[in-house]
Design a protein. Structure first.
Ligand code: R5P
Length: 300
């Protein structure tokens, strides 16, 4: 009889997301074996017998080191197709390289395009990710692809008291602020940010929002170094915001991001469980696998 299984990609974040996804969709769960050879090359093995399995939902997040995660993903998809699996649905909770989605400076690679083409060409039939930086990037995956927006779902797991407002760090992220704010039943707005593409310097100018006495919730897709959110938090607290919390899809938390955020007065970060957990005490994780099970496994 035809069967679907959920396969965790071997690393802890992928496995726990996959296990939750399997539980919430009533599917069976298995994991893969992985190791790294002394010369640095990756090795993966699927011990689960695949006879009679016609669909595999492979959960593999592209956590740092991203390039290793990506090669493991490619090896796994290729292996599954060679084993005769009819349909491989890749669930990549965090899709790496999504922010390099165009040629900002002449001669730059459009990295997300290269990645999505590679995933498709090696054999992924469908792709499900959470909050890709720009939804338009999905067109580079020539197959069924969906990016699940987690903010409304996350809102139901966050307690907001008092006079609160949701702010996006820039106008491009206003959709995220609207979605979260509507689910929380509060107002929203955005800040004006400028990033120097060469030096990486960020400056943020205040927008016409009076945050005095307000509980501010900043919403963004990614915290990487924490620079964007830290600057916003400092600015908002200097404008007498009562507190600053953050809701983010992907908490990469690179280097000293956590101490940067604490120094900038951030009270708490609520992140989807798309990446390995970091900095307990500051970052609170919300399991969004049920949302993926509910919405994304039915990719049209
Ligand atoms: C930028 O376009 C993204 O939406 C994030 O605001 C940015 O990637 C965050 O990076 P960092 O934490 O290093 O400031």
């Amino acid at each position: 009889m035809a069967r679907t299984i959920v396969l965790g990609g071997g690393d802890e974040a992928s496995n726990s997301f996959a296990a939750s996804l399997a539980r919430h969709s009533g599917l069976s769960y298995a994991s893969v074996e992985r190791k790294i050879f002394p010369d640095g090359e990756s090795y993966v093995r699927v011990r689960e017998p695949l006879d009679g399995v016609d669909r595999v939902v492979l959960v593999k997040t592209m956590a740092p080191p991203q390039d290793k995660s990506i090669i493991e993903t490619l090896l796994l998809i290729d292996l599954l197709k060679e084993k005769g699996v009819g349909e491989v649905v890749l669930v990549a909770p965090y899709l790496a390289y999504a922010r390099q989605d165009r040629e900002f400076l002449p001669g730059e690679s459009v990295s997300v395009r290269a990645l999505l083409r590679a995933l498709r060409r090696v054999g992924a039939d469908a792709l499900v990710t959470i909050e890709i930086h720009k939804e338009e990037s999905l067109r580079y995956f020539e197959g069924r692809a969906v990016s699940v927006s987690p903010y409304a779902y996350m809102a139901s797991r966050i307690r907001v008291e008092g006079d609160a407002v949701v702010l996006a760090p820039d106008q491009g992220a206003l959709r995220r602020a609207r979605e979260l704010a509507e689910a929380l039943g509060v107002g929203f707005d955005y800040l004006v940010k400028h990033r120097d593409r060469v030096t990486g310097e960020i400056s943020i100018e205040p927008k016409s929002v009076d945050v005095r006495g307000k509980r501010v919730i900043i919403v963004d897709d990614v915290i990487s170094t924490g620079g964007t959110v830290a600057k916003a938090s400092e600015l908002l607290l200097s404008q007498r915001a009562e507190s600053v919390d953050v809701v983010v899809a992907h908490a990469l938390m690179v280097g000293d991001a956590a101490s940067k955020l604490r120094r900038a007065g951030v009270r708490a970060v609520y992140a989807a469980n798309t990446l390995p957990p970091k900095d307990p005490g500051l970052v609170h994780y919300i399991d969004v696998a049920p949302l993926v099970a509910e919405k994304a496994l039915e990719v049209p």
